[in-house]
Design a binder for this molecule. Structure first.
Ligand code: COA
Length: 348
């Protein structure tokens, strides 16, 4: 059976740099606190009016398409992963199709938050393996800055996230042992409300537990009262310590699952590119797996957590820096809201 390989890769980050000290002008926080807890030094924020999740995705896609040696008209399927779409609906895939003047191909949006890109890659891999498509564009893009609150009440969330986009073109390869070796997808909805944004939604308060910190609301919906807006009900909610505890268990678990499936061990990994959730999580995972510093790539220091965009941005930066060579074993892993988590093992 044919496999799929990454034939082209690109990324785009906005020009506007916001350091930790910049954020401390809006809220009670400090460079020291943010670096110590997360490793983040700065992040990029999109231009408020000129850039959207789709336009950033397009910039990354252009690079990936050119590097794959094809044109936008050769793309035969789009998969777009994001939690911060331009519109509540339709999704970003069709907007990208329109703006890039692609043919009337299928466009699928994936809403799996931090693991969205690895999920998208897995879906694309299945379509290539069956021979259904030959040039699939997979994009992960986020414009978090538009929905973030820069007041002290939201500081545990807003200091972590940044904007950006990454993209790959997946193509078939007949070369045995090259390309995507396997992908592994998981979820556990038991803690769905631990990292979530409840509005707009139809939840009618059904699932929201009565816990301190949760925005107490009568009803979900698309339209909010002024009181609801002012109470911060439309803002993302995160129980950071609970996310941390789960992430450090599930990251190593899903990486080990991918290695076992391919009869490989952690020492065989040339480069692990983990979702950039928090530098402390990556370091913990590295330690648990017994990996050297040169076996793990992190760039959260520069970009913060860019959710669905973090894995393709990091993968592309690592590749551009010459840290990935032909024949290398590359492991991608992600964990995030849902909870959902996933891994992919690739022979470059
Ligand atoms: N600046 C200064 N103080 C802050 C702060 C900030 N940006 N954010 C929170 N604090 C304060 C809290 O108010 C709390 O103060 P208190 O003790 O007076 O109540 C204190 O710092 C500790 O808060 P806590 O939430 O327990 O901190 P933490 O050590 O768990 O670090 C995170 C918070 C968010 C950095 C950490 O939990 C984390 O990274 N979790 C994983 C999140 C993640 O990866 N999310 C993405 C999912 S993929």
């Amino acid at each position: 059976m044919q496999h799929s390989k990454i034939a082209g890769i690109g990324y785009y980050v906005p020009k506007n740099v916001y350091t930790n000290t910049d954020l401390s002008r809006f809220m009670e926080t400090s460079d020291e606190w943010i670096q110590e807890r997360t490793g983040i030094k700065e992040r990029r924020f999109a231009d408020r009016l000129g850039e959207t999740t789709t336009t950033m995705g397009i910039e990354a896609a252009k690079v990936a398409i050119a590097r794959a040696g094809i044109t936008a008209q050769d793309v035969d399927f789009i998969i777009f992963a994001t939690l911060s779409p331009d519109y509540y609906f339709p999704g970003c895939g069709v907007l990208l199709q329109r703006e890039m003047k692609m043919k009337e191909i299928g466009a699928l949006d994936i809403r799996n938050q931090c693991s969205g890109f690895v999920y998208a890659l897995s879906v694309a891999d299945q379509f290539i393996k069956t021979g259904m498509y030959k040039n699939i564009l997979v994009v992960g893009s986020e414009k978090h800055s538009f929905a973030m609150d820069f007041e002290t009440r939201s500081r545990n969330v807003s200091v972590i996230f940044g904007d950006g986009a990454g993209a790959v073109v997946l193509q078939p390869t007949q070369k045995e042992g090259q390309g995507i070796l396997s992908t592994h997808l998981h979820s556990d909805g038991a803690d769905a409300e631990i990292l979530a944004m409840f509005y707009p939604g139809s939840h009618a308060n059904k699932w929201m537990p009565e816990k301190p910190g949760y925005p107490a609301q009568e009803l979900g919906g698309l339209f909010m009262t002024t009181e609801q807006l002012e109470s911060g009900a439309a803002l993302p909610y995160m129980d950071g310590p609970a996310v941390f505890k789960k992430a450090v268990v599930k990251f190593p678990e899903v990486i080990k699952e991918a290695l076992a499936k391919n009869n490989l061990e952690a020492k065989d990994i040339d480069l692990l590119v983990p979702h950039q959730a928090n530098l402390r999580i990556s370091q913990y995972v590295q330690q648990l797996l017994g990996l050297r510093d040169d076996q793990v790539f992190n760039n959260i220091q520069k970009y913060g957590n860019t959710t669905a965009a973090s894995v393709p941005i990091a993968l592309c930066e690592a590749w551009e820096a010459g840290k990935i060579k032909e024949g290398d074993l590359v492991c991608l892993a992600a964990f995030g809201s849902g909870f959902t988590w996933a891994s992919a093992l690739l022979r470059w």
